[in-house]
Write a protein that binds this ligand. Structure first.
Ligand code: MN
Ligand code: MN
Length: 474
């Protein structure tokens, strides 16, 4: 089948709109590098767009009615939002879902040590990464440190032009004879991904009274120097690392890529590209017949686990609250609402890479610029771990997209025996709703700098909007 290039379908106005939309997306990628930061940025936008906290409705028992717009935040790392439609809630929701966590290096609980005159932070990588890609890059540290007194300090160092950055070292090529013949999986070991954060010893001139005391003070003086800075800048001690969530990510803003500026190069496009598109589509849709919903979750990259992952009951509990406030309380109404829902479960898809052409089936892979991606199924080695969307449901989506002139491409990750991946789709499908995997094609997925096409980013957002307005219960 012939695949259409989205750029060729755009009018002058669409080209302009696409560029304006991607400008906002580039800002979002640059300002929201962690799940917490994404939620914070989004909450500001939701409030400005007239969304109100669902918990206010719950506390006062305020009934929910058509046109109401509400949201609920899950432990500062996930968010769900609803735009109440005119249809009965038992008829189901039109749901957009994506995740806002990305592969990175997490700082361990007891991380700070000194060796060879350096202060280093020990890390444990998060999600699937090629470890060798994370050395000798400028890195930033983002996250929170929670103190025992209940206060939480926010950290974001390495993004402003005047900020220092951090880095992981690599062995010089001159001595790398043994390293260079290792398999790529072990050329950089996980325990070798420690981040260098300092090299200057703290000076103990006045504090140390005698020679012996001076000696003790001088031990690990570089580490002490870093702790001294942390104390002064953030008011935290070494023990406070025990209750911190600090993420090491590539430093710097997202950029336009190519002479033609047709692409975006950035950290964390998996899956902030689908999250942003879904979120903006949701904000843009004013009135709906079927209640519209957007759920953005954490922990997808490590199996959707934990209280903030898709497997948590947060979503189900929140829909139960929604139904109760809309005058439809009870278990059966909840079951019906979820079973009758339809969903676009989004995540990035692999884009064809001409330098690794042998890894893809050209007929069944997404192309950068080829438009919104729909995956009937994902999974690995015989579709294992996949959600497999119903043919009838795909037919409905095709019809909507044809009518709305949304350019889309059906795709799989790559050649069937080579691997695969999972998403949150199968978890939502457990309720008996129709779910299809969808999203944006990404080149160099899970690398520190992933690439997308601006046309795909914009087209997929258009696809989300059309879905919210037109998808029907099957
Ligand atoms: Mn991923
Ligand atoms: Mn993903």
């Amino acid at each position: 089948m012939e695949k259409k290039n989205t750029w060729k379908t755009y009018t002058a106005k669409q080209l302009k709109d696409c560029d304006a939309f991607c400008k906002g997306y580039i800002d979002f990628l640059s300002d929201a590098k962690t799940e917490r930061e994404a939620v914070e940025v989004m909450e500001g936008e939701m409030k400005a767009a007239g969304y109100r906290p669902l918990d206010e409705y719950i506390a006062k028992g305020t009934p929910l009615k058509k046109g109401d717009k509400v949201y609920r935040i899950n432990m500062k790392k996930g968010v769900v939002m609803f735009n109440m439609g005119s249809d009965d809630l038992e008829e189901g929701l039109n749901i957009l879902g994506a995740h806002i966590d990305s592969p990175r290096l997490d700082i361990k609980s007891d991380p700070l040590y000194e060796d060879g005159g350096f202060a280093l932070l020990d890390t444990h990588y998060y999600g699937g990464i090629k470890k060798y890609q994370w050395v000798t890059l400028p890195l930033a540290i983002h996250g929170v440190i929670a103190r025992k007194d209940g206060t939480v300090v926010k950290v974001a160092v390495g993004e402003k032009p005047e900020d220092p950055v951090f880095f992981v070292s690599d062995l010089l090529i001159h001595l790398a004879q043994e390293q260079m013949v290792k398999p790529a999986a072990s050329v950089i070991e996980g325990e070798a991904l420690d981040v260098i954060v300092g090299n200057r010893p703290l000076r103990f001139g006045k504090a140390a009274k005698d020679a012996k005391e001076k000696d003790t003070a001088a031990k690990d003086a570089v580490k002490k120097g870093v702790l001294d800075i942390l104390k002064k800048q953030y008011g935290v001690t070494e023990e406070d690392f025990l209750s911190a969530e600090l993420e090491v990510v590539p430093a710097g803003r997202a950029r336009e890529a190519g002479f033609d500026r047709s692409m975006i190069l950035s950290y964390g496009q998996d899956d902030r590209v689908c999250a942003y598109g879904s979120f903006e589509a949701m904000l843009d849709v004013k009135t709906v017949k079927r209640t519209a919903c957007c759920i953005l979750v954490d922990k997808e990259e490590i199996g959707s686990v934990g209280a903030t992952g898709m497997q948590s009951k947060f979503f189900e509990n929140t829909v139960a609250e929604l139904l109760a406030l809309a005058g439809k309380p009870g278990e059966l109404a909840l079951r019906r609402c979820l079973a009758h829902s339809t969903m676009l479960s989004s995540d990035v898809s692999s884009a064809f890479d001409p330098l690794y052409a042998q890894s893809f089936d050209k007929k069944n892979v997404a192309f950068l610029g080829g438009g919104m991606v729909l995956n009937k199924f994902t999974g690995a080695r015989g579709k294992s771990g996949s959600n497999d969307a119903n043919a009838e449901y795909i037919a409905q989506i095709r019809k909507i997209y044809e009518a709305e002139q949304i350019n889309f491409q059906m795709a799989e990750l790559g050649k069937v025996d080579l691997g695969g991946g999972g998403t949150i789709a199968y978890i939502m499908a457990l309720y008996g709703m129709n779910v299809i995997d969808s999203g944006v094609a990404v080149l160099s997925m899970h690398s520190p700098w992933e690439a997308t096409s601006k046309a795909d980013v914009y087209e997929t957002m258009r696809g989300y909007k059309a879905f919210l307005q037109k998808a029907q219960r099957l």
